[in-house]
Design a protein around this ligand. Structure first.
Ligand code: PNS
Length: 173
């Protein structure tokens, strides 16, 4: 970290329903470019979620618990508002294919118009993690299949804890 300058900040935003090793890869890449990474668990109004905002934050926190200079927050608002509030230098997002890239470029344009001091950096997911997606992880959870190698063990344990907790609540109601 450069002592003379304010630490640089990158936001890694997303739904993280739940976080995967693909997202962890993007956080690691962002840390190579910026001093601090704030992973922001957010709401995409076009999606319905398996896990609540608080649960998605809990799982992401567990996944990243051993990483330095990473903070996990949740935010229900516009991404450009968060970028302004945090005085973020960058929004870092990953993309897997051309469809992702087109969507992310549109979002980048929109956010740049509202938060001109924050640039968007798009990082291509490496081939071996391109297969990973939250959708796939959710499918495997529903089918009670192993999540090994899809997300860190700490996050798998947290998901199990949350599912047990929710099952218990369901039986009580
Ligand atoms: O993981 P996702 O679902 O691709 O994440 C998308 C997310 C949550 C980053 C995006 O929907 C978002 O920025 N939501 C916050 C509200 C916002 O700024 N919307 C802009 C719509 S153009």
């Amino acid at each position: 970290m450069n002592n003379n300058k304010k630490p640089t900040i990158a936001i890694v935003p997303g739904s993280f329903d739940p976080i995967t090793n693909g997202h962890v890869f993007i956080v690691k890449e962002a840390l190579k470019l910026y001093d601090k990474v704030i992973l922001a668990v957010m709401i995409n109004s076009e999606k319905t979620y398996k896990f609540s905002l608080a649960e998605r934050k809990e799982i992401a926190k567990s996944a990243l618990e051993n990483m330095q200079n990473v903070e996990v927050i949740s935010f229900d608002g516009w991404l450009y508002e968060l970028a302004q509030n945090l005085k973020a230098d960058a929004i870092v997002k990953g993309y897997r294919n051309d469809v992702d890239l087109k969507y992310e470029q549109q979002m980048a344009k929109f956010n740049q118009q509202h938060a001109p001091n924050t640039k968007t950096v798009l990082i291509k997911a490496s081939d071996d993690i391109t297969i990973l997606s939250s959708t796939l992880v959710r499918e495997r959870i529903d089918k009670k299949e192993s999540l090994d190698s899809f997300l860190p063990n700490s996050a798998i344990n947290k998901i199990e804890e949350i599912l047990t907790r929710n099952n218990k609540k369901c039986r009580e109601c």
